[in-house]
Design a protein around this ligand. Structure first.
Ligand code: CU
Length: 119
């Protein structure tokens, strides 16, 4: 009895001392079109890659075109650590991408970036 409770205590202490999983949340790793880049013609969709897998139900993107109009052409699709959304053309100029995601570690993160369309 004494031996077994001692073993339990060791197990408990090992669990306490074991670091949790790395606390990096889902941050944007890269995107297509690339963050801050210029592309010649309006992209048919924008895709974002994150540093963790996403929970599809609580992850979203909105995109506005050069005149501030929304240009999403459908719902965001999530696959693993990747999220895409189809776009309609908003012409040449600056596009703003705003994202908000829930990663599988149950943390919410958000952010935004721009890309340009034009010659
Ligand atoms: Cu996290």
């Amino acid at each position: 009895m004494r031996r077994s409770s001692f073993s339990s205590m060791i197990v408990f202490m090992v669990l306490l001392l074991t670091p949790g999983q790395a606390s990096a949340h889902a941050e944007l790793d890269h995107a297509e079109p690339r963050v801050g880049n210029k592309v010649a013609s309006p992209p048919r969709e924008v895709t974002l890659w994150f540093t963790q897998k996403l929970e599809a139900a609580f992850s979203s993107i909105s995109v506005t075109g050069p005149s501030g109009q929304r240009v999403e052409a459908g719902k965001a699709r999530v696959s693993g650590n990747q999220m895409s959304i189809p776009l309609k053309s908003g012409g040449a100029g600056t596009y703003h991408v705003n994202w908000r995601v829930l990663s599988v570690d149950a943390h919410t993160t958000d952010g935004s970036f721009t890309f340009q369309v034009g010659p």
